[in-house]
Write a protein that binds this ligand. Structure first.
Ligand code: EPZ
Length: 414
């Protein structure tokens, strides 16, 4: 699948944002903690969510998906995650904590790495061991057995997925668990809020130190997925690339403060409670220094978008320091350089000198890198063909249609 983009159309109008992939996935993972109905609203219709639902169905959960509401109920009939489904997405690792907590056993194919890095789950597994769970790695699977017992566990890195798994592992544990150096991304906070709605006893929601007092069981709940802050950043980046005036609605500006800070000193940005309007007439010289780090600092998932913005900025120098994923810079820089960008990558740093981009055929190799190439295509002179749209469809719902609604000349070729 590919996108065909003819740049230079200015963008105007309003676009609403849907639920966040990185919120929906841990909420679906946590649904295994109860047999009762877990009703999840604003669930995005994207490939990763569909694959996660197929995985849970294959393990025995009853799941219906009406519009943007997913209802999960029933018991698992196996604790062995079928390889066919579990290897379709890395997010499958997010069932680990909940299944161990509820069934005290799981066999899960190890999620492989991907284009942006090795992405091990050692912190997840060390945390389960700290909770007294027996963890064995056999061939390409991990087998965990035992009922979690409350413990103190300090994460060596504020891993989003590890925080989510260890929260789910501790809510039914015997005794009290104290997680320190926990991730505080909005998607993690949303999971904490849904667990509390299910009857979990959690103190310190949203903080770096979380205390969980294990309970005997959790009940069903109803919860709404938070807006996708990365999709917000993508639409705002499109407005910059093409220039024009775009309002992104149904969003939470406070969830992407560090990204907005980079834009509001360069463009007219107006914030409302649940919307952001950006007006761009020309490109800035540069974007200064971008240093990615866990929330609330600059998100690695918005780094690929910003690399594109810097690539077509007005001749100035931008420096990106990617501190989370060891391979996140290289592949996208190479594709942007094919378009005439001037990006030098060394280790985890990229130096970008703004230049004029021209349309050419480029290859998306990961989800956010692919979105970055689309942004570059909206600015480039001539026609850009972005191949590998299947990567983009993992995390975006109808990206081409949404951008076309704003006036972009973009079509999808299957
Ligand atoms: C989540 O991935 C997101 N995915 C990622 O979004 C996001 O980039 C990342 O958090 C950081 O914000 C989902 O929520 C489904 P981490 P996750 O554990 O949980 C290392 C997207 O495009 N690490 O915070 O895998 C890891 O290798 C995706 O939507 C270990 O070494 O991220 C990485 O270098 C991309 N051992 C760093 O920590 C572990 O046990 C951050 O990983 C776990 C992580």
């Amino acid at each position: 699948m590919e996108y065909i983009i003819n740049g230079a159309n200015r963008l105007y109008g309003e676009i609403a944002v849907y639920g966040a992939k990185n919120c929906a996935l841990p909420l679906l993972g946590a649904s295994v903690l109860t047999d009762e109905d877990v009703v999840i609203h604003n669930c995005p219709y994207i490939v990763d969510v569909a694959n996660m639902i197929d995985l849970l169905k294959a393990m025995g959960k009853n799941i219906t998906w009406q519009g943007d509401t997913v209802v999960v109920s029933g018991k698992l009939n196996t604790v062995k995650a079928p390889e066919k489904y579990a290897t379709l997405l890395r997010g499958s690792a997010l069932i680990l904590g909940g299944v161990v907590a509820k069934y005290n056993e799981i066999e899960l194919p190890l999620p492989g790495g991907c284009a942006i890095g090795a992405r091990p789950i050692d912190i997840h597994l060390a945390g389960l061991q700290a909770l007294g769970v027996d963890v064995q790695c056999r061939d390409s699977s991990v087998i965990c057995r035992g009922k979690p017992c409350g413990a103190r566990y300090h994460m060596r890195f504020a891993s989003v997925g590890a925080t989510e798994n260890l929260l789910c592992a501790s809510v039914l544990a015997r005794g009290e668990t104290i997680l320190s150096n926990a991730a505080t991304e909005p998607e993690v906070v949303a999971l904490e809020e849904m667990l509390v709605a299910m009857g979990a006893d959690i103190e310190g929601v949203g903080g770096v130190d979380i205390t969980v007092r294990g309970t005997d069981k959790l009940h069903g709940a109803e919860f709404t997925v938070i807006p996708d802050r990365i999709v917000v950043a993508t639409y705002l980046s499109a407005a910059v690339a093409a220039t024009g005036r775009v309002t992104v609605t149904n969003c939470r500006p406070e969830h992407l403060r560090s990204f907005i800070n980079k834009l509001e000193t360069r463009f007219a940005v107006k914030e409302y409670f649940d919307a952001i309007t950006l007006t761009a007439d020309s490109q800035p010289s540069d974007y200064g220094r971008i240093i990615t780090a866990p929330y609330p600092f600059f998100p690695t998932d918005m780094q690929s978008l910003t690399m594109s913005l810097a690539a077509f900025s007005n001749g100035g120098k931008t420096i990106i320091c990617e501190n989370l994923f060891e391979n996140r810079l290289q592949s996208n820089a190479a594709e942007l350089n094919k378009m005439g960008a001037n990006i030098i990558v060394k280790d985890n740093k990229a130096i970008i000198y703004g230049s004029n981009l021209r349309g050419i055929t480029v290859q998306a190799r990961d989800l956010r890198g692919g979105a970055g190439l689309v942004i570059a295509g909206l600015n480039a002179r001539g026609q850009t063909v972005v191949r590998g749209v299947e990567h983009i469809n993992r995390g975006y719902c109808n990206l081409a249609e949404s951008l076309a609604e704003l006036g972009a000349d973009i079509t999808e070729n299957t």
